[in-house]
Design a protein around this ligand. Sequence first.
Ligand SMILES: [Zn+2]
Length: 561
Amino acid sequence: MLHTLTKTALALALVSALAGCNTVSSTEPEIAEVAAGDISIETMKDVTRTLSSDEFEGRMPGTRGEELTVALLIEKFADAGLQPGNKGSWVQEVPLVEITGKEFASLTVSGNGTEMSFAPSKDWVGVTYREDAETTLEDSELVFVGYGINAPEKGWNDYAGIDMTGKTAVILVNDPDYETEGLEGDFNGRAMTYYGRWTYKYEEAAKQGAAGAIIVHDEFPAAYGWNVVESSWTGPQAYPRRGENAPALTAMNGWVQKPVAEKILAAAGKDLGELSNAAKQKGFTAVPLGLEVSTSFKNDIRRFSSKNVIGQLPGAERPDEYVLYTAHWDHLGHCTPDETGDDICNGAIDNATGTAALVALAEAQAKAGPAERSLVFLAVTAEESGLLGSDYYAANPVFPLSQTVGGVNMDALSMAGPAKDIVVIGPGKSQLDAFLEKALTDEGRVAVPETTPEKGYYYRSDHFGFAKRGLPMLYVKGGGDLVNGGPAAGAAYEDAYRANAYHGPNDEFDENWDWTGVEQDLQVYYRLGRMLAMTDAWPNWVEGDEFRAIRDESCEPEGGC
Ligand SMILES: [Zn+2]
């Protein structure tokens, strides 16, 4: 699971239960009856124990831990009865680059009779996504672009009528209606949308031709302090290596402290508060500030390659239609030692469990015999570095996304024991919810919506790279209403994991774990995959969802979906 603080723009932690999730559009897809799967918990234990052993060194991409992990997965996929998933090969090479910025100059802003200088780290941070030894921003015109959103389906374009070529965008965090209490509004009220994520804001600025993109840090909508921005945006940053025809990138992406943005806007004769309010209104368009920004820094560049592991179970009737299971195999490798000196972040829960689930599901699906459609088991790399392996596959799919029906992502299974519910991250987004509903009914459980949609969890694990390219993906979490102890016990488990184990050396295999909850969850995952592989339906995003138009567009010329 991707780090909650370092890699997201969180919204405020409002806590109020939602009143049920609104599932699916009027045309319900037909859902086949499927029997329960023959899931081996011995396989789950065996694979989780091995992947999270110290020998695997925390499964950091590009290390010996990767070599051992990839070899083990190939062996286990083959033993389970899968075939190689990438044209005869079990792996897909994922070219990565690590860029470490250094020798940062100040950020200077000039014009309108003033010149201001801001210190790196203290006032601003910046990185480049380009593989350039030196990054320079020279006299780039500053433009305040509000939330930096171009959402044609919502009739919203902060960039309307402005040419951003060579300019630098100053962008607000989150999306325009994040302060709403409910979930109504152009941007789903307090629930975060993709448009609220910093990843989106940088991508859109690049699409607009901007040279720089600077997000204004604000503790309230971001829900974390400047120290978190500073620590996560300095030091080595891993990115996918981009091909020749990759979309344009900005020269620099960065953040400034809110008081810095206030000073810059004041120098332009503007008020950040007033402009922020204006930016919440539909019809807002970007405001040129009449100022220019400059800075420079150098970059150390290390190119390396990691691997996604892919197996498939070909379908008997429509083998060129694919159903996808995904889980990330990587974790953090060596990390800050605990008080005992243990410096291996083993990632037993996160995500040896999800990776083992790929193997256990492969076994169970193989034992049930071929389905109508093909089932694909994809273990992706570099999730912890920013969803890189899954994003690479989604951008370079072995099986075309237009021929892929949908998928399920598994990240950090719950060892809390059996639960009456299962938590849906991003409920009501697609018709896959109907399949989930059916799988849960068959298992005597219920779906409940996530309680903190403002945290944007749907945008923070491996399903997201697929979703943003139009493929409907489901993401669920082990339930919180435990059979033994109810919601209080569920919350206690979650709190203890966060406090003691998450992304630390204590996320280790425990021989005393209760696997009955995992067994339950795997039946749901099994049924979901099987049901999707035994129908000819093409479940879509619901009308108005942010990913619907992309799916519809990609389906049109290519057939399949
Ligand atoms: Zn993680």
